[in-house]
Ligand binder design. Structure first.
Ligand code: SAH
Ligand code: SF4
Length: 351
């Protein structure tokens, strides 16, 4: 079976023509797919019955996942969905809303999507990494995470405004399916989200960063650095071996040069591990004059014994970077009480 959400608009045209129909029939399917979010082919009355039957005969259908569980944070701003892909495969995907600064304006609605079930990178502080790798998601399974939330938001008169690839898994380790999903989601006859509203977060696979830079896409890049030197980084990211800190920073520089998009370095701050003033200085020295941005993420609790530094140490760390001229922000925490925050996603312990 192939989900119609897997196809790029051009491929949809090719398919309907191969099935003996005119090209314009593709738009009669694409429009409802990306504006009405049908659950099945029978929810699209515009398609001639014969074509619908042909789709079924040829193994095309709609929908790759079912919502099986929904949790909303106390303030209502974070929603986590558990989506079932098959009998024993599930993923988590999160919606984070930020009220509009304009009176009566729509909130910013950012979806955090997963690209893999589990992750092979094994970062010691990350719940997904501790699950190990299970499988890569297909493009349509990535797209379906966005569609579930688009539908939910549409019912409230709102819409998806931003997308971050910061859920379960390492996006650049599932490169082809990730890119296919991005192309569908940004295509003006697909989901139609602006490229600039998408950020891909990576643990720093430099070959993938270089490949992404060549795609001619205006998407943002976030690199999870977590340490200013290789010795410390290898303790936190055990698979970091092939890519040194220096190489990662150079790849970020090349990405910026090629795309003009500023690169953000993410830094999960852990008490007594990578939060000392000396380490902050080393990081500042490393990134100075780079035009890059550091996003400090005081660690969210997972099963390991990593602790979040107290507020003063976070501020001190930020101040050192700032004084050295390195742009930085501390990430606003969202959804920790429903385990929907960065690094807390895992699907091997939910019922
Ligand atoms: N694999 C990619 C994207 C998914 S992880 C990556 O690592 O960048 C998304 C972000 O969550 C990364 O910056 C990661 O370092 C961060 N993260 C992981 N575990 C965390 C935790 N326990 N607390 C806070 N952030 C965490
Ligand atoms: Fe994988 Fe990212 Fe978690 Fe590391 S932080 S284990 S790369 S999901």
């Amino acid at each position: 079976m192939t989900d119609l959400y897997r196809l790029l608009p051009e491929e949809m045209e090719e398919l309907v023509m191969n099935l003996g129909y005119e090209r314009y029939r593709a738009d009669q399917i694409l429009y409802p797919l990306y504006y009405k979010y049908p659950k099945s082919l029978s929810d699209i009355p515009q398609i001639p019955k014969a074509l619908r039957e042909k789709f079924t005969e040829e193994g095309y259908e709609i929908g790759s996942s079912n919502e099986t569980h929904r949790v909303v944070s106390d303030d209502g701003n974070t929603t986590k969905l558990l989506l079932n892909l098959s009998e024993n495969q599930a993923i988590e995907t999160v919606l984070m809303q930020y009220p509009s600064s304009k009176v009566g304006g729509h909130p910013r609605s950012t979806i955090c999507v997963s690209t893999q079930i589990g992750c092979a990178m094994g970062c010691v502080f990350c719940a997904t990494g501790q699950m190990g790798f299970e499988s890569n998601l297909k493009a349509e399974q990535i797209v379906s995470q966005v569609i579930h939330f688009a539908k939910l938001l549409q019912e409230r008169g709102e819409h998806v405004t931003n997308l971050v690839f910061m859920g379960m898994g390492e996006p650049l380790a599932n490169y082809d399916e990730m890119i296919r999903a991005i192309k569908i989601l940004t295509h003006d006859r697909g989901f139609g989200l602006g490229q600039r509203h998408i950020t891909v977060s990576t643990i720093g696979i430099t070959s993938g960063i270089d490949k992404l830079a060549e795609e001619n896409l205006q998407i943002g890049l976030a690199i999870s650095l977590h340490a200013p030197n290789d010795d410390l980084r290898k303790k936190l990211v055990p698979t970091a071996g092939p890519n040194s800190v220096q190489e990662i920073i150079e790849a970020g520089r090349r990405y910026y040069k090629k795309t003009g998009r500023r690169v953000t370095f993410e830094y999960a701050l852990m008490k007594g591990i990578n939060d000392s003033p000396e380490i902050a200085e080393e990081l500042a020295w490393l990134l100075q004059g780079n035009g890059s941005h550091v996003n400090i993420i005081p660690i969210n609790p997972t099963a390991g014994d990593f602790r979040r530094p107290d507020e003063d140490s976070v501020l001190e760390f930020e101040r050192i970077l700032y004084n050295a001229g390195v742009n930085c922000t501390v990430r606003v925490e969202k959804g920790t009480e429903i385990s929907a925050a960065c690094g807390q996603l895992r699907t091997d312990i939910v019922g």
